[in-house]
Design a protein around this ligand. Sequence first.
Ligand SMILES: [Zn+2]
Length: 244
Amino acid sequence: MSKKAEIVKIGRRLYSKGLVTGYEGNISERNGDSILITPSGLCKGYLKEDDIIEINILGEKLAGNGVPSSETALHLKVYREREDIQAIVHAHPPTATGFACAGMGLDQSLTAETVLMLGTVPLVPYGTPSTSELPDTLDGFMGYDALLLANHGAMTVGKTLENAYFLMEQVEQYAKISFVANTLGTPKPLPCDEVDKLMALREKFGINTGDPTVCSRDGQVTLYRFSRNELVNLIQEILNEVGG
Ligand SMILES: [Zn+2]
């Protein structure tokens, strides 16, 4: 299947799963030195291969008829800063976007699957869509493969387009599970020693996005675990202070 055909297929899936509606969302994939990206102003559920636009890393159009996605700058920032990333999906999944509107990231270690695949999905501060403000909000969050964008939606990245798409499905699933668990009462996150075992599996599978942060100890107490990045930054800060 050509890359354009694959983008069309993922667009249909996003739309049929309700992760985007109307003209929402955008999809892109590296194509050698250039990037294939969805056009603005078209429903992602009804794209044709001819609608996909080719741009360079500066965002200049190389081929295609329409206007590249209004969030092109957001995609380009990721491609510039993460060479390991081949594809990006931006959508507005309703439950996950609800968390993003309530000022909440997804950080409770509720199921083995969410701990394994996502760990923590942090909330990125708000930036006006389609302006350079939005890509700037990603500073400090480039180590994550899945992000919630405050009062906006979600973004996932991957080594393949299918990878990035499935992460988006999983972010919405994580949000639904978190919502139900919190609505029913006080959620009981996995015990920290169980999370440690899953962390070992993550390492084995080469998954290193967003380390899990909230687990439980003695059945009741939730404990905040620093993510690896946060811990490294904290130690660095302390060393700087001691050294200074
Ligand atoms: Zn959006």
